[in-house]
Design a protein around this ligand. Structure first.
Ligand SMILES: O=C(O)c1ccccc1NCC(=O)[C@H](O)[C@H](O)COP(=O)(O)O
Length: 212
């Protein structure tokens, strides 16, 4: 199966274009006000128009209400919705209402956290295993934290899944080898500062995967 990658938290034309030209399968737009990657709707609209049809546009949300979802889906022309800190029944309701592909983020620190994935089996289309951030953290993702990848070895996945959390151009090949992931997601590992994507790091990340 081919490896696919999502570059998350894009906010400029140049970095979006770098992700697309180097082969990202998905690009992520963050709609969460406290994030340094938060996109205003007009910016999302401008970026969405640059994305070719074969690249999927994923909106990233933290337990959003319907008004935000509707506005972001329209502005960002979203193909898929990634939900953090959102209960399974709400995930299912968003999927039914929006008729979009839905990714449920699972925050992982210990093996016990992986059990959460099965609760989304009927509610979502994909699981995103991400590193659990501290309770005091402002963000539930995009903090460059990684979890113990060996936890995924032997785990029975209820849905198609992606690996994220602390991936970088230097460690993504090892992460794929350890976990068997066929889909990966990165944000801060391809940045030069929080919220500032770096075209060279985006290229290096996607080239590392292409060499596998
Ligand atoms: O990236 C954010 O700012 C963000 C804010 C709120 C919820 C989720 C967020 N990011 C989710 C992602 O998909 C990230 O790519 C994922 O957490 C991995 O991030 P990183 O460890 O920085 O690569």
């Amino acid at each position: 199966m081919p490896l696919t990658a999502k570059i998350c938290g894009l906010s400029t034309p140049a970095t979006l274009d770098a992700a697309v030209s180097h082969g990202a399968a998905q690009v992520g737009f963050v709609f969460f006000a406290p994030s340094p990657r938060n996109l205003a709707l007009d910016r999302a609209s401008g970026l969405a128009h640059r994305v070719p049809a074969q690249v999927r546009k994923v909106g990233v949300f933290v337990d959003p209400d319907d008004a935000l979802l509707d506005a972001a889906i329209a502005a960002g022309r979203l193909d898929a919705i990634q939900l953090h800190k959102t209960a399974p029944d709400r995930v299912a309701a968003i999927r039914a209402r929006t008729r979009r592909e839905v990714w449920a983020a699972i925050a992982v620190k210990t093996r016990a956290d992986l059990a959460m994935a099965s609760r989304f089996a009927q509610a979502a289309d994909r699981i995103l295993y991400d590193a659990k951030t501290p309770d005091s953290a402002a963000l539930p993702g995009g903090m460059g934290l990684r979890f113990d990848w060996t936890l995924l070895q032997g785990h029975s996945h209820p849905l198609p899944w992606s690996l994220s959390g602390g991936l970088t151009p230097d460690n993504v090949v090892e992460a794929v080898r350890v976990t068997g992931a066929t889909s990966v997601d990165v944000s801060s590992g391809v940045e030069s500062a929080p919220g500032i994507k770096n075209v060279d790091k985006i290229a290096a990340f996607l080239k590392a995967l292409a060499a596998l």
